[in-house]
Write a protein that binds this ligand. Structure first.
Ligand SMILES: Cc1cc2nc3c(=O)[nH]c(=O)nc-3n(C[C@H](O)[C@H](O)[C@H](O)COP(=O)(O)OP(=O)(O)OC[C@H]3O[C@@H](n4cnc5c(N)ncnc54)[C@H](O)[C@@H]3O)c2cc1C
Length: 406
């Protein structure tokens, strides 16, 4: 492929992973990030399945392991903070994984790995782009203009470049929830276990340990799609406080934290469905193209696998059109399987009434009980199973073998 100069937008997980692999295959990569620096906020994410496989290939698996959040498993607690069910990390039902890392730590690792070989530009974003037979003419917010052979947006769910190129083609499948993440000071009630608490009003509180002496909280609750849209940070804080006030458990602790935090991420929980992932010389990767939401627990898998496959296919293809088409052909079935949520999820997990919460807690407690664990063990379902979710070709070697036979 003769097109070698590539612009990527978005320095989170998909963007730097793509930059690493494109650079590895000999492309010249520039990466622009809208924020003035890396955005290091967020809770634990897990590096498993395809994400672990890609990390291993990048030589960062052990660095990720060394940044483990120390979480030993998941406890469901009631509003009195009494444990009603416990799933250690070895259990198939625990969300705690072998490689559990703070999102910000992974972003930093990916940046450190690529910063010397990739040109990073912060505080910069695309304001306009024009495609021609020769390339993509890009105008930036700084006033600079430059021509690239190809552009890839890795800008996350609210991608602006996606809007510029695909207009209104992206459809959002709103799951009926809003979620907030924030870092909180550690309290006596925190331990190495993640604690999950359902309260009345369709709210789930989750507090997880981190490796920095603090803790990471998320608050997820049912709401109408536009209920909290377009709010300023101060308005978001006020709305959150109003929503959780009087709910019990550790809501008073979290209200104090929300009041003073500068590190709040608050957004709707929506999946992204885009009927195609490229238009001419512009492609799209990660949450911007196929966000599955934190409910699916597949954000890191999808963004790292997608970036790996896109880079590999561009490297092997004779034309960029072929490369983009192969990327989509290989990734789309995996995206569809990740976006499929089990029946009743997420609705069943967010009961509104006290009695609904009680029923849910009884069900969770039953699932964690010895007889059920024993039964699951009989069918091989109690331990985490390792299965290949998507085939990740060894592009460099396979391409070399192909050339040899040519
Ligand atoms: C601050 C933050 C906190 C998060 N916390 C969690 C969490 O706790 N748990 C969880 O499961 N998921 C979290 N996520 C989402 C998670 O990172 C993604 O689901 C997943 O990893 C896919 O990553 P991505 O690289 O495709 O997109 P994202 O991680 O969403 O990153 C997109 C990047 O693009 C940048 N960007 C946006 N618009 C532009 C533009 N026009 N030009 C240039 N750059 C742009 C953003 O600043 C961001 O750095 C968080 C995302 C962010 C941004």
């Amino acid at each position: 492929m003769k097109e070698k100069k590539i612009l990527i937008t978005g320095a989170s997980i998909a963007g730097p992973t793509l930059a690493y692999w494109l650079n590895h295959y000999g492309f010249e990569v520039t990466l622009v990030e809208r924020a003035p620096g890396l955005r290091l906020g967020g809770q634990n994410i897990d590096v498993k399945g395809p994400a672990q496989h890609v990390s291993h290939k990048m030589g960062i698996e052990e660095i990720i392991r060394s940044k483990n959040t120390t979480e030993t498993g998941l406890r469901f607690v009631n509003v009195e903070n009494k444990t009603i069910a416990e799933f250690p990390k070895e259990s198939a039902l625990s969300m705690t994984q072998e490689l559990e890392i703070l999102r910000g730590d992974l972003v930093q690792i990916l940046y450190d790995l690529t910063k010397d070989s990739v040109e990073y530009r912060f505080d910069e974003h695309i304001t306009a782009l024009t495609q021609t037979n020769e390339g993509v003419d890009v105008a930036f917010s700084s006033g600079e203009a430059e021509r690239f052979d190809l552009v890839v947006s890795a800008e996350g769910i609210g991608s602006h470049t996606r809007k510029l190129v695909f207009e209104n083609e992206a459809k959002f499948n709103y799951l009926g929830l809003y979620t907030a993440y924030l870092t909180v000071a550690k309290s006596d009630t925190d331990s190495d276990w993640a604690r999950w608490c359902n309260t009345k009003g369709g709210i789930v509180f989750l507090i997880r340990p981190d490796n920095y002496g603090s803790a990471r909280a998320s608050i997820t609750f049912t709401a109408e799609e536009d209920e909290y849209k377009g709010l300023s940070l101060e308005q978001q804080k006020a709305a959150l406080i109003k929503r959780i006030k009087g709910c019990g458990w550790e809501s008073e602790r979290l209200i104090k934290e929300i009041d003073q935090t500068k590190d709040l991420y608050f957004d709707r929980v929506s999946q992204v469905n885009l009927p195609r992932w490229s238009e001419g010389r512009v492609a799209i990767v990660g949450d911007a193209a196929y966000c599955a939401t934190p409910i699916a627990g597949k954000g890191t898998d999808l963004s790292m696998a997608g970036a790996y496959i896109l880079a590999g296919e561009l490297f092997c293809a004779k034309t960029y059109q072929d490369g983009f088409a192969a990327y989509e052909r290989k990734m789309r079935p995996y995206v569809q399987s990740c976006q499929k949520l089990p029946p009743g999820i997420p609705k069943l997990v967010y009961p509104q009434s006290k009695i609904g919460v009680k029923i849910l807690n009884s069900v969770v407690s039953l699932i964690a009980s010895r007889p059920v664990k024993w039964l699951m063990g009989l069918f091989g379902g109690e331990k985490k199973a390792v299965k290949e979710e998507i085939y990740l070709a060894d592009y460099g070697n396979e391409f070399a073998a192909e050339l040899k036979n040519w």
